[in-house]
Write a protein that binds this ligand. Structure first.
Ligand code: RI2
Length: 312
């Protein structure tokens, strides 16, 4: 379990982060785990794979990409251990390949909504959102980007480094400056950790404030989300758990303030009415169409066929 435990630890402490990246890392860890699994029966293989899946799922609770990736990889039916192993490997390879292609396709689709001369604002560090921006830049459009710092972990600093590498004119702002710049923003593009059945967006803390500012200033607000970031669980009525992270991330010593505590949620919910469009690899959709994406692409929650993932 060493490689798998190592990936789980890195996802938990956010050495591996970003909803797409943790999904691909989980798929790859399950593949590695299956390849080295030395068991005699499919029953034992199933039990070990279920345990491995649980270890990965217990790392971070919010991003449904992790859950969807695990489900896609361990959904197999096999007569022998070799067949089961081959199936897990093929599922993992396919997931990773589809995921990388999805981000590229989202870039291609989303970049068409950016015009030369536009200023684009982004929050946190999303590869899907950055690919939309970089595709527009690579298409020769003259654009400027405003990137938020994204407290408390300041993933905005990763974003500005990536945009700088691409040669894109970028301005860093503190999160509380969003409203001050919004009147000059032509498009807001953010990533997604979860899109729910009613089209609401769960993304890095602060996203909903950015969306509210955009709505009030009449700047379009769009999300870039691969379809495996849509949540089949929400279609079955589940609420999205919002990860609460350590107060230490907020980096303020309050030990001498005995009436004060720190609350540090990792994500917030942007209601669908503040979202103009969601760019997915199967097209730019209004948030209200999320239900269809979940039903058509991720319908296994409703599928009566038992696979091993049904037990999780
Ligand atoms: P991509 C991140 O979560 C951010 O909330 C980001 O918007 C989202 O994942 C999607 O990122 P965290 O892991 O998959 O930093 O588009 O908590 O890269």
């Amino acid at each position: 379990m060493n490689g798998l435990q190592d990936t789980a630890r890195k996802i938990k402490n956010m050495d591996i982060r970003g909803a797409g990246r943790i999904a691909r890392a989980a798929a790859s860890a399950l593949k590695g785990f299956a390849l080295q699994l030395d068991v005699g029966t499919t029953k034992e293989f199933d039990a070990e794979m279920n345990m491995a899946a649980r270890v990965l799922l217990d790392t971070r609770p919010t991003a449904v990409s992790l859950y969807n990736a695990v489900m896609m990889v361990i959904r197999y039916k096999a007569e022998s251990v070799d067949e089961a192993r081959a199936s897990v490997v093929a599922n993992a390879d396919q997931f990773i390949d589809n995921s990388n292609k999805a981000v590229e396709k989202i870039g291609e689709i989303g970049s068409k909504r950016i015009q030369s001369g536009d200023t684009v604002l982004t929050h946190c560090n999303s590869m899907a959102a950055i690919t939309v921006i970089s595709s527009a830049h690579k298409a020769g459009k003259d654009i400027r980007v405003i990137a938020t710092e994204s407290r408390p972990r300041c993933q905005g600093l990763l974003t500005i480094a990536m945009l700088n590498e691409l040669g894109i004119d970028t301005t860093l702002i503190v999160d509380s400056a969003v409203r001050s710049v919004m009147n000059n923003v032509d498009l807001v593009v953010v990533g997604a950790d979860v899109v729910t059945a009613n089209g609401s967006l769960v993304n890095k803390i602060g996203t909903s404030q950015v969306a509210l500012c955009a709505y009030e200033a009449r700047s379009p607000f769009v999300a870039a989300a691969e379809t495996y970031k849509f949540s089949p669980k929400t279609l079955m009525g589940e609420m999205v758990p919002i990860e609460e992270r350590s107060p230490d991330e907020v980096a303020t010593d309050i030990s001498n303030l005995k009436h004060v505590k720190i609350f540090n949620p990792g994500f917030d919910v942007t209601p669908h009415r503040y979202i103009d469009m969601i760019f997915t690899e199967v097209g730019a959709i209004p948030p209200e169409m999320s239900y269809m994406i979940i039903k058509e692409k991720l319908g296994w929650e409703m599928d009566p066929t038992p696979g091993i993932s049904q037990q999780l």
